[in-house]
Structure formats: structure tokens, C-alpha cells
Design a protein around this ligand. Structure first.
Ligand SMILES: *Cc1c(COP(=O)(O)O)cnc(C)c1O
Length: 419
């Protein structure tokens, strides 16, 4: 329950606030469960990120928000106004980014399974297509070249390096190891660079990496950036950009040891300078740096509000059964992730260890085990914290439950609903 240091959640007079707005007052008429986001927090996170890149003299930073973390249109429109681009992984996300009026020249397309249809859609979204297809295999490069030729276009491509680093995060969200499906091994990229036939009908504009998500330590990032720089140096052409991916972790648990945004930007800046820019010579054009953050921008902007259906005691086990389930928010079940569980109106009384569970017929349908909570009764509303990233976007209709609503508190503190 320790949220004293939390950037967006706080209690004032025992009422829970999200970035300064009382959650109970603004949502008491709404049917639970639902997601609630605050634009104020979103903008603060984005500006923190991009201002920090500027503070570290990163060259022409382009911050492409990873849509898969949260594709909510109202949030995307706010990010677009602040200059954000988009990192997309499907045709659906491309359409959503375009709907938010994000320029195709600020869109990078990642993912190992881009289809011919999706590649066509992306190439047709602008005379020059999109800013970059981040290519994940030789076979994909061949398909992009084929589609480009057919459409009489030249696709802008970056090769995604698999830097063969092992990351300290949950195994499901580590993406930079040799056995992972992502990226191209260094030797294969060198093969592509030598075989000019493979680069017909496409324009090689950059190199990219993305080694995983919820990264809490920067050791692997440093190694990957070094690999990326070395490879860039080996290209016998100037590159427009280096894309360093996303993955910066957030403190879901107050004791989580985390690198700061400042340490991260400093590492990106110094590593690329040391292993690439300084060796290239000053007459060369500096590459722009592209970032693909998702979680860092959006995780702490959202909560899941859910009501207690009933409590249940089973010998020493105390259950709090809520109307939100793992289909609405899956991170706790899928990754065993810690998330704050907080009553909207905090009652006084002794703390009791309880299991907070949903109604889904799966033992994994649990938001917290043995969590020390103040007294909680039927019909109380509680919220799961830090669910802005990989919350609604990973939700499903398992158990034939409808997708729940999302609400946004706009900059004026007014509640807006979408859909
Ligand atoms: C998921 C993903 C991201 C975003 O990761 P976060 O951990 O949310 O920052 C960025 N780039 C690619 C290629 C991704 O797959």
C-alpha cells in the first residue's frame, strides 16, 4: 500500500487521487469495471522523456510512442500534439495512428509478421510510405522490396539487429536473445549489406534494436547500443537514424530497483558518441536518434476501477472478489506482476492480508495475494494501479465478458469517454 512516493497516485483525506483528481468524485456514476486515464500525467511523462533527450544533446530525437502499450485515441491525440511519432506492430495500429493524425513520416513499423497487405497499407499512407519499416528478417526484406516494386515506390527500411543480449526481465518480454524470434543476427545483416540485390527497391535509412520490456538495469542496453554502433560503423553509407527501441522500466513496486530516465539518456548519448559518432569523423552527418517507449509514457497514467462483489473466508484465506478479471487486465496473471491495490475511499482499521481475485474461472485470475489491505466491504470500489500500459490493449472477452469502457480525464479535469 506504500504510495507515498508515487508519481500519480495519492490519498487526500482518505480519498484516492489520480494526478490531482479525486477518482471517486469524478467516476461515482460510472458502472464498474472501467479504465481511467489522466492526460495531465501522460503529457508530463512524455515531456519528461523528450526534454531529457534534449538535455543530453541527443541529435534530433524522434519519440515514437509504442501503440501496443495503449492505443486509446484520446491519449494518442494528446501525444501527437506534443510531437510524438508512433511505433506500430500491425495494420490496425497503423490505422489508429493515422486516425490520431500522426504523420506517416513519424511512424516506424516493427514486428516479425508484417503481411503483404499491411506493407501495402503502410506504403500507400504517404508518397514516401512511412518513416521506416524495421525489418526483422531477410525474407521480410524481400517481401517489402517486392511490394515496393509493384507499387512503384521505394520503401524506407531499417534493419533490426538481434544483439544477442540476455535481459533481466520476465522471460515473456525479453526480445534480444539469439533464440528469440526478433531481429536479424549481425552476420546476416552483414550479408544483406554486401548483397546489393537485396536492397533494390528499398532505401536503407537506419538500424534498430529493441531488447525487451520493463528493463530495470541498463547493463544489457549498454551492450546492445555498443553492438548497434559497431554495426552502424561497418555500414559503408551514412545512416539517417539509429533506433534504440523502447523498454524502459517503471516502478510497479516501490522497492523496484530502477534506472532513471536521466541515466538512460546519458547512456544512449555517451555510448553512441563513443562507439559511433566519434569514430565516424565530424564531416559526417550525425544520425538522428529514434526512441520507441511505451510503458514509460503511459503506465502510471491509468487505473482500473473495480467493485467488490463479495468477500469470502476459507479457513485462513481471505478473498476479496471483484468485478474486474484477468480478461480486463492480465499482467498480474500472465507475468505475476505486482500492482497496487487501493481502495478509492480508505477506511480506518487494522490491515488484513487478503487475496484480491476476479470472477474468471481460472486460478490465475488474481490481482494480488496476501496483500495487506485496510477494511474492505461489499460494493466498495478499489483500483488497480499503474495499468495504463498493456492494460486495455491486452484485454480479451474470455468468459464472454464484454470489453470494458475507457475514460479519460482531459487537461481541464473533465471526464471524457471514448467509443
Ligand atoms: C513493445 C515494443 C516497444 C515498447 O516497449 P515498452 O517496454 O512498452 O517501452 C518498443 N519497440 C518494439 C519493437 C516493441 O515491440
Amino acid at each position: 500500500m506504500d504510495i507515498k512516493q508515487h508519481p500519480t497516485l495519492s490519498y487526500k483525506k482518505n480519498k484516492l487521487h489520480l494526478s490531482g483528481t479525486c477518482i471517486h468524485s469524478i467516476t461515482k456514476e460510472l458502472k464498474t469495471p472501467f479504465y481511467l486515464y489522466n492526460v495531465e500525467a501522460l503529457e508530463r511523462n512524455f515531456l519528461n522523456f523528450s526534454n531529457c533527450a534534449n538535455d543530453h544533446n541527443i541529435f534530433e530525437p524522434l519519440v515514437c510512442f509504442a501503440l501496443k502499450s495503449n492505443p486509446n485515441l484520446n491519449l494518442l491525440k494528446s501525444l501527437k500534439r506534443l510531437g510524438a511519432g508512433a511505433d506500430i506492430v500491425s495494420g490496425g495500429e497503423l490505422k489508429q495512428a493515422l486516425k490520431a493524425k500522426i504523420s506517416p513520416m513519424k511512424i516506424v513499423f516493427s514486428g516479425v509478421g508484417k503481411t503483404e497487405e499491411e506493407i501495402t497499407l503502410a506504403l500507400n499512407s504517404h508518397p514516401q510510405g512511412i518513416y521506416s519499416f524495421n525489418v526483422e528478417s531477410v525474407e521480410e526484406l524481400e517481401m517489402i522490396a517486392k511490394v515496393s516494386k509493384k507499387l512503384n515506390k521505394v520503401a524506407r527500411v531499417a534493419l533490426r539487429l538481434n544483439p544477442q543480449v540476455n535481459v533481466k526481465t520476465h522471460k515473456h518480454i525479453s526480445t534480444g536473445g539469439k533464440s528469440h524470434k526478433f531481429g536479424i543476427l549481425k552476420s546476416d545483416i552483414e550479408g544483406i549489406l554486401k548483397n546489393k540485390k537485396l536492397l533494390k527497391n528499398v532505401l536503407l535509412v537506419g538500424l534498430s534494436i529493441h531488447i525487451g520490456s520493463q528493463l530495470t538495469c541498463l547493463k544489457a542496453t549498454e551492450k546492445a547500443l555498443k553492438e548497434l554502433s559497431n554495426l552502424a560503423l561497418a555500414c559503408d553509407q551514412d545512416l539517417e537514424f539509429l533506433d534504440v527501441g523502447g523498454g524502459l522500466g517503471v516502478p510497479y513496486h516501490p522497492d523496484e530497483p530502477l534506472s532513471s530516465i536521466d541515466e538512460y539518456m546519458s547512456l544512449v548519448s555517451t555510448t553512441i558518441e563513443k562507439y559511433y559518432t566519434s569514430k565516424k569523423g565530424s564531416h559526417q552527418r550525425q544520425p538522428r536518434i529514434v526512441f520507441e517507449p511505451g510503458r514509460y509514457i503511459v503506465a502510471n497514467t491509468g487505473v482500473l476501477v473495480t467493485s467488490v462483489i463479495r468477500t469470502k473466508s476459507s479457513e485462513e484465506n481471505k478473498f476479496i472478489i471483484v468485478d474486474g478479471g484477468m480478461n480486463d487486465f492480465v499482467r498480474s496473471s500472465l507475468y505475476g506482476a505486482y500492482h497496487h491495490v487501493l481502495p478509492l475511499n480508505k477506511r480506518s482499521g487494522v490491515l488484513k492480508a487478503s487475496h484480491v481475485v476476479g470472477p474468471i474461472c481460472e486460478t490465475a485470475d488474481s490481482f494480488a495475494s496476501n496483500r495487506e489491505l485496510p477494511p474492505i466491504k461489499t460494493n466498495d470500489r478499489i483500483c488497480i494501479g499503474d495499468v495504463g500500459a498493456y492494460g486495455f490493449s491486452m484485454s480479451s472477452i474470455y468468459n464472454m465478458r464484454e470489453k470494458i469502457k475507457e475514460y479519460v480525464i482531459d487537461k481541464e479535469g473533465v471526464l471524457i469517454s471514448h467509443k
